[in-house]
Design a protein around this ligand. Structure first.
Ligand code: 5GP
Ligand code: MG
Length: 185
């Protein structure tokens, strides 16, 4: 790993997933989508900001024509527990009727975010809707979300890196890790 991120990595209690593990898994997820969605034009609905790296890496491996909508969704507002209220900024021209939609997010946790978004997507009557997340936490869901693929199942711990933040920081880590309770920086 580059020495420029060494300082930030000291803030981790431990590394959960290395860049190589993430990349291998994202490649496999893309290969599956390439097989299942071959010949379609796919409308990707990508949740930001946490999904930034996952979406960028996955999309580069997709071989079919792709349209992209990015949505900002938040229910955490900087802390480590959900507020329960999902805020989404829907683009004014958002229209997925009759389209094959692939919804992407970084983590499935309580399920509140994805279920709220799925509900709104389904109301527009897409031709199909697939949901993929990089990480799925092993925990009880507050709302059930039909998931087509999850990169990794992880324990119910707060993770950062590879796009995911704690109070706006740590998104630039190339790995995914558990935050040190007493960060040095
Ligand atoms: P849910 O609505 O399923 O509870 O939470 C989904 C959203 O919460 C994810 O898209 C992600 O942005 C955020 N989230 C959930 N767990 C974590 C975590 O461990 N770390 C970070 N950085 N964000 C999380
Ligand atoms: Mg998110």
């Amino acid at each position: 790993m580059s020495s420029s991120v060494t300082g930030v990595i000291q803030d981790l209690e431990r590394i959960l997933l290395t860049p190589a593990q993430i990349s291998e898994r994202v490649d496999a997820m893309a290969a599956r989508l390439n097989a299942e969605l071959a010949g379609k034009v796919v409308t990707v609905v990508a949740l930001m900001d946490g999904g930034l790296f996952f979406v960028a890496d996955l999309l580069r491996k997709l071989e079919m024509p792709v349209r992209l909508y990015t949505l900002s969704a938040s229910s955490y507002q900087g802390g480590t527990t959900t507020t329960g209220e999902v805020k989404v900024n829907w683009p004014a021209n958002f229209d997925i009727q009759g389209q094959d939609v692939l919804l992407l997010d970084d983590i499935l946790d309580t399920g509140l975010t994805l279920s709220a978004i799925c509900e709104r997507l389904l109301a527009q009557q897409p031709a199909s809707l697939r949901t993929c997340v990089l990480l799925s936490k092993r925990r009880e869901r507050l709302r059930e979300v039909p998931l087509d693929d999850a990169g990794f199942e992880i324990d119910d711990e707060f993770v950062v890196g590879y796009g995911m933040d704690y109070q706006g920081r740590f998104r630039n880590l190339p790995c995914i890790g558990i935050l040190n309770p007493n960060p040095a920086s």
